[in-house]
Design a binder for this molecule. Structure first.
Ligand SMILES: *[C@@H]1O[C@H](CO)[C@@H](O)[C@H](O)[C@H]1NC(C)=O
Ligand SMILES: *[C@@H]1O[C@H](CO)[C@@H](O)[C@H](O)[C@H]1NC(C)=O
Ligand SMILES: *[C@@H]1O[C@H](CO)[C@@H](O)[C@H](O)[C@H]1NC(C)=O
Length: 525
């Protein structure tokens, strides 16, 4: 009789366990039930209590008390080890689960996003998708030893890892607190914004609410289209200096800034902005102390970057950059030791071409001719469109499941141009009965002046807490017409701004430009 009594006692200890550690008993953190994940098996699960935790990625968020659960899972025949990490606040759990997304080639950014989430009371999760956490390059996982693309890991990266994370995260949360999260959310930007769209399109029941920031849509082809500025420079045999590019960005802002009624260096009215780069031909700029005359070739390069990738016959392949956006990410150049300026492709596109198209880690992408661009574009579309599947405009299942989505994009995003997500939004409107119908479950916000994902140095103008607006919508039915934004400027002055719901735009109506009340959301200026 001893053994059954003992196990009863152990059982009783677990049943009465609360997230607060009791002396003499295993902490519930160390006794999380292994979750059941369809299509995968659990390799290991380990819970660790961490008290007074401060992480370098979020130094302003001190003294977290969490249970950290590391779940490792694997898919049959994939030979993968996927880490899903769940952070559970030891006290003051807000009853919700929040999945977080990745950036560039990393499926998850872990501490950077988990710390602020648990500080707000969320049980939160991130995953490495079995490919690791290096955002800069997929060199560790893209190719198998036989030189072929590792399609299982690519599938983790693109499609299934956020879904697995949702399943694991919700189950672990329930096991720890003894009840299911009352609502579950996902928030991501860039790669995370794309992950958000994959969830809405293919796993519409995973989350009650989704924030998709600066999503990289039509990724299979956009990965190549990111090289367009480099192709244009090679074709025109003209590599403008950053100083010359800056002259165009500034002239564009000067031309369109005041269309919103306020001269503040921020373009809000992109609809009426018709800046012509050729207007600058013949004008003089001072670069490195030398006076330079803007040439027609340089203006042509800029014009073609704004126009976006096209075929030689003029068919649009991908959207172009918005006027006023900095050029240094996608149209960067570098100077060789012998003083020549040459192309310097954005790492993301560069790595994509090397590993997933040429399948050759040594391939040099710095001077590709337009014939290579055309070939890559077609190849990427052919080989990867089906696996990315990130731009399906039919969101019926997500809508029918009661899901709500906030999508936002910086109007000065220098990496992922907002015209891409504008195009997606318009496609959903065409597919699903127009703007008012779509607004019932998917609201879209263009943030004036904001760069990529609100990350420094492009932080200005990004929404402050879109997840909070989403929670209000999902749980209290308050659909957002605006998203609060604002910054503390160099003089320590806090400004506020409300980002308008698409297709509305911010118009200055008078007063202090640093307060939101001085602007109105309008459809036309
Ligand atoms: C928590 O950590 C901080 C440093 O981050 C330290 O100053 C403080 O004493 C710690 N508190 C406890 C209760 O350990
Ligand atoms: C542009 O290239 C230079 C090297 O020539 C590099 O130092 C710089 O970080 C690059 N800028 C961006 C925004 O990538
Ligand atoms: C959208 O998807 C739903 C659910 O799968 C389907 O019933 C509907 O026919 C689709 N709409 C269109 C226009 O294809």
């Amino acid at each position: 009789m001893i053994a059954p009594l003992l196990s009863l006692a152990v059982l009783a200890a677990f049943v009465s366990a609360t997230p607060h550690n009791k002396p003499g008993h295993a902490s519930p953190c160390q006794a999380i039930k292994p979750p059941h994940v369809p299509g995968a098996h659990i390799v290991s699960i380990k819970g660790t209590e961490k008290k007074n935790l401060t992480v370098p990625e979020a130094p302003t968020i001190p003294n977290l008390d969490i249970c950290q659960v590391d779940v490792v899972l694997s898919h049959p025949h994939a030979n993968d080890n996927v880490l899903v990490q769940v952070w559970l606040p030891l006290s003051q759990w807000n009853g919700r689960f929040l999945g977080t997304g990745g950036g560039a080639y990393a499926p998850g950014l872990f501490d950077l996003y988990l710390a602020p989430a648990v500080a707000q009371g969320y049980a939160a999760a991130a995953t490495d998708g079995g490919v690791g956490v290096n955002p800069l390059t997929p060199d560790a996982w893209a190719l198998k030893p036989n030189g072929k693309v590792n399609s299982e890991l690519l599938e983790n990266f693109i499609q299934r890892s956020i879904h697995d994370m949702a399943v694991v995260g919700k189950a672990v949360t329930e096991s720890f607190y003894g009840k299911k999260p009352h609502h579950s959310y996902f928030s991501g930007c860039s790669t995370g914004g794309r992950q958000a769209m994959v969830e809405a399109q293919h796993y519409p029941r995973d989350f009650d609410g989704i924030v998709s920031g600066s999503p990289t849509l039509n990724r299979a082809t956009f990965n190549v289209a990111l090289l367009w500025p480099q192709v244009v420079m090679a074709e025109e045999n003209t590599y403008p200096s950053l100083c010359e590019f800056n002259a165009f960005a500034e002239a564009g802002i000067a031309a369109c800034d005041e269309l919103d009624g306020l001269k503040d260096g921020i373009i809000m009215n992109i609809k009426d902005c018709n800046f012509d780069p050729y207007k600058l031909v013949g004008s003089k700029v001072t670069c490195d102390g030398k006076e330079i005359t803007i040439s027609r070739n340089v203006a042509k390069v800029v014009k073609r970057i704004y126009d976006g990738a096209t075929t030689p016959s003029g068919l649009q392949l991908a959207p172009g950059m918005v006027v006023g956006t900095p050029f240094d990410s996608v149209a960067n150049t570098t100077t060789t030791p012998d003083g020549h300026r040459v192309g310097n492709p954005l790492f993301y596109a560069n790595e994509w071409a090397k590993y997933f198209l040429e399948k050759d880690a040594q391939f040099d992408t710095s001077r590709i001719p337009s014939s290579t661009f055309k070939k890559w574009y077609a190849q990427s579309e052919f080989e990867y469109t089906d696996i990315f599947a990130d731009s399906v405009p039919n969101l019926t299942c997500f809508k029918d499941a009661g899901g709500k989505m906030i999508m936002w994009h910086g109007l000065a995003d220098p990496l992922i141009y907002p015209k891409g997500s504008i195009g997606y939004r318009q496609a959903v409107e065409r597919e699903m009965g127009g703007s008012r119908q779509v607004d019932k479950f998917y609201r879209y916000f263009l943030a004036p002046g904001a760069g990529h994902c609100g990350l420094p140095p492009f932080g200005v103008g990004a929404p402050l807490d879109p997840v909070a607006s989403l929670v209000e919508w999902v749980e209290r039915g308050k659909a957002p017409d605006t998203l609060p934004a604002g910054v503390v400027d160099a003089d320590g002055v806090q400004s506020t701004h409300d980002i308008c719901k698409y297709p509305m735009m911010s118009k200055f109506v008078g007063g202090d430009p640093k307060v939101a009340e001085s602007f109105m959301c309008v459809r036309h200026f």
